[in-house]
Ligand binder design. Structure first.
Ligand code: NAD
Ligand code: ISE
Length: 336
């Protein structure tokens, strides 16, 4: 069976996902594209070889008879309505992060999915599919480190554009740690605090950079994440897990080791597209396979809500300077 995928949002990541599905993955084709800027949709269709159908709206695409499953890769505030429309049409939907921009929006998606009676949503938290994070989780789950006690993490981008403002350090950037660390530890966050070190001169006016986010989990694990989005030197993701009996660190991306002109060095990647290229492929292949088998796996709407609740508390902590509580509602049995 070939899954016909319709993609809503033909921007940077929409194009990357569409090309990946067309050129690298198996079991699916891009049959339809929609974008509020129709020129973007046409441009993507051309890059894909000209066969996909351009729909005049995301809603029309979701209803399309040539669409079995949907990829939502438009701007964050538009995700909720498209995901709910896909659920109501009974079509599996892969939604890039965030699932919705508010916890209430995620709750509405959860209600729609429960009403549909089966899992239809996979959220694009791709780090769960990264080999390095999977190795860390395997070691921890096998008990090789004893119980987890602390995590020291860093999320560094070389630079960010002018439109990137202080809360985005949480909503756009830290949100990946909010998902992957919760998954890694199999634990929920209970509190957050944000502290601001001296600001780098390379950050523009509207973003406080760097920031340090301090999280506590229900089991008492303490986590510090440095978010530094104008670090200049590259895209750098670090995660060191401290257990009772040892320490394990996220492996660094493979790189040639140079011995040259009196120096020993390796390259540092420059952006997330390269750093998580394999993880993007594995998560999308999982979505295609899940659609074909009727068994969608990976980050769920519940995980999307958990990230949104933690993200809201971190933004509040940015503003209050206080330790803020993170309180999840009771998890529905549907997501057990
Ligand atoms: P982008 O601006 O490059 O592309 C977004 C596209 O959506 C644009 O073509 C825009 O015209 C279109 N669009 C906007 N509103 C629309 C609507 N109502 N209906 C249809 N199309 C609409 O943005 P991007 O960098 O590709 O990001 C898109 C999403 O992907 C965001 O939610 C972002 O957080 C997420 N993202 C995830 C990762 C990751 O690492 N998983 C990385 C980058 C972006
Ligand atoms: C971007 O949207 C991503 O998702 C990247 O993974 C992250 O590193 C970056 O900070 C975000 O802006």
């Amino acid at each position: 069976m070939t899954v016909n995928i319709g993609i809503i949002g033909a921007g940077m990541i929409g194009e990357a996902h569409a090309l990946r599905i067309t050129q690298e993955l198996t079991g699916a084709r891009i049959s339809a594209v929609a974008d509020v800027d129709e020129a973007n949709a046409h441009h993507l269709v051309e890059r894909l070889g000209g066969e996909a159908h351009v729909y005049e709206s995301g809603e029309a695409l979701i209803a399309g008879t040539d669409v079995d499953a949907i990829l939502v890769t438009s701007w964050g505030p538009t995700h909720e309505d498209y995901v709910i429309a896909a659920i109501q049409a009974g079509k599996p939907v892969f939604c890039e992060k965030p699932l919705a921009t508010t916890a209430e929006g995620c709750q509405r998606i959860i209600e729609a999915e429960i009403a549909a009676g089966r899992r239809l949503v996979q959220v694009g938290y791709m780090r769960r599919f990264d080999t390095g994070y999977r190795k860390l989780k395997a070691v921890l789950d096998a008990g090789k480190l004893g119980e987890a006690l602390m995590i020291h993490a860093a999320h560094r981008n070389a630079e960010v554009p002018e439109r990137y403002i202080t809360p985005m350090a949480i909503e756009d950037t830290l949100v990946h740690e909010l998902d992957v660390l919760r998954w890694l530890l199999d634990d929920d966050f209970v509190s957050a605090q944000v502290v601001f070190p001296r600001k780098t001169r390379y950050a523009h006016d509207k973003v406080a950079d760097p920031q340090i986010v301090l999280l506590e989990t229900a089991k008492g694990v303490r986590i510090d994440v440095e978010v530094f989005v104008n670090c200049r030197y590259g895209y750098d993701i670090q995660c060191q897990l401290v257990g009772e009996e040892g320490i394990a660190s996220l492996p660094q991306p493979e790189s040639l080791e140079y011995r040259q002109a009196g120096r020993l060095s390796t390259d540092i990647l420059q952006d997330w597209k390269d750093r998580f290229a394999d993880a993007f492929s594995v998560e999308l292949q999982a979505f295609i396979d899940g659609t074909a088998s009727g068994d969608i796996q990976g980050p769920s709407s519940w995980d999307g809500l958990a990230a949104a609740v933690a993200s809201d508390a971190c933004v509040k902590a940015q503003q209050s300077g206080q330790i803020e509580r993170i309180e999840l509602p009771e998890r529905p049995a549907f997501y057990a």
